[in-house]
Design a protein around this ligand. Sequence first.
Ligand code: SAH
Length: 309
Amino acid sequence: MTDSTTTTTATAEPDATAAPAPVPETTVSPQEVGDWYDEFGDIYHQTLGESVHCGLWFPPDRPQPANLDLVDLSSLAQDRYTDYLIETLDPRPGDHVLDIGCGTGRSALRLTQQRGARVTGVAISRQQIERANKLARDHKLLDKLVFEHADAAQLPYADATFDSAWAVESICHMDRAKALGEAWRVLRPGGVLMVLESVLTDALTEAERAVFDGMLASNLPLRMPEFFGLVDQAGFQTLELKDLSANLAMTMNVMALACHDQREAFTQRFGAEFTDLMIAGLPAARNIVARKTRFFMVLLRKPVAAARG
Ligand code: SAH
């Protein structure tokens, strides 16, 4: 007779003498797998690329972030971009850097944390300045980080105040000639200005032009010679030019996906009119970024013995 109690005494440890758990039955046949790939396999190439496997977004020797969604993924990429800009600007500890169009202050914060530079940031949005100042307070960096509401075309700073400056994806919103002129004025001789900016490589349709003022609150991009005409006119020398176009294109693609994913929430938060305009404009915006513009990091210097051209 078997002792029925033995079968009910479960232990946490696997019992080496027990029969192995049954392997789940195979439910797809090789034929079905082959047919599936024949019919639908292209979905992988249409969405991911030439291989039929995943990408190495996070190298195995780094901490693997948990619960990543598209926005977290993009935020990590933004920080990598900021770090590249910091490395390229290369400020010294104690330098005073001007952040022209500083957004909500995260780039300035990283610059201060990594390099010990002082940063003054200006933006035309009062709400952004409030958020940026809260960030400085929260990080107890009020002695190093100052954010002020100001127009980059009329900066409230004396000539030659700053050692360096950057305008990260911001001068597209401004009168570019005035913004470059003001940056030149407030930089010390020999000071460096970094600009992140798109230039036009192809003609835009009417619908594409509407994307800039309607959807992005931006002026139209200039052609390369027009942009460098303004750079010369302001009195800057060009030190370096780096094409970062693929990064902006990738970012637009992520933004498009994230907008579609969050359409309902955006309609609640921003209203249907803005959300619909945004979603309707995304294909044109992606096409402009991927095919009709190039996106550059431009490093400029105010010459030591400087006169404007
Ligand atoms: N550089 C930031 C923000 C980019 S968004 C970042 O990389 O995160 C563009 C920024 O330019 C916004 O902060 C906006 O307020 C600012 N901006 C636009 N026009 C401006 C103007 N005339 N004067 C100052 N800031 C301006």
